[in-house]
Design a protein around this ligand. Structure first.
Ligand code: DGP
Length: 121
C-alpha cells in the first residue's frame, strides 16, 4: 500500500506529540483536534482501511482498543466518558489511509453524528 504521513510519524521523520508507544502501536495528538483531548491510535503495521483488516490482524486491532482504554484510564477521563471512532473510506471522512482510532474526550460529545438538520441539507 502507499506510504502515508503516519509512516513518517512512526519513523520520527516528521514531528508529532506522541503520548504512547509499544512494539505494535503508537498514539499521538491529532493535528486538528475536535475535542480538548483528540488522540490517534495507530498500528505500526500499515493497514489502509477497515476493509483491509485480515484475519491475522484481529488481535492487533483489538490491541488498539486496549491502548485506548488504557490511555483513557491513565489520562483520567475513563469514568467521565470518551468516544472511539474509526472512519472507513471517503464517505465516512477518512483522509489518511492507515487505520487509526480517534479517541475524543474532554467535552460533551454530540450524538447521533447524523442530525435532522443534516438530513434536510
Ligand atoms: P481521518 O479523517 O479519520 O482519516 O483522520 C485523519 C486525522 O489525521 C485527521 O483528524 C487529522 C490527522 N492528521 C493528518 N495529518 C496529520 C499529521 O501530520 N500529524 C498529526 N498529528 N495528525 C494528522
Amino acid at each position: 500500500m502507499a506510504e502515508t504521513i503516519f509512516d513518517k510519524i512512526i519513523r520520527r521523520e516528521i514531528p508529532a506529540d506522541i503520548v504512547y508507544e509499544d512494539d505494535l502501536s503508537l498514539a499521538f495528538r491529532d493535528i486538528n483536534p475536535q475535542a480538548p483531548v483528540h488522540l490517534l491510535i495507530i498500528p505500526k503495521k500499515p493497514i489502509a482501511t477497515i476493509n483491509d483488516i485480515a484475519t491475522d490482524d484481529r488481535e492487533l486491532v483489538g490491541h488498539l482498543f486496549y491502548v485506548a482504554r488504557t490511555l483513557a484510564a491513565d489520562m483520567g477521563f475513563a469514568e467521565e466518558g470518551y468516544r472511539v471512532v474509526m472512519n472507513c473510506n471517503e464517505q465516512a471522512g477518512q483522509t489518511v489511509f492507515h487505520i487509526h482510532l480517534h479517541l475524543l474526550a474532554g467535552k460533551p460529545l454530540g450524538w447521533p453524528p447524523y442530525t435532522e438538520r443534516m438530513k434536510q441539507g
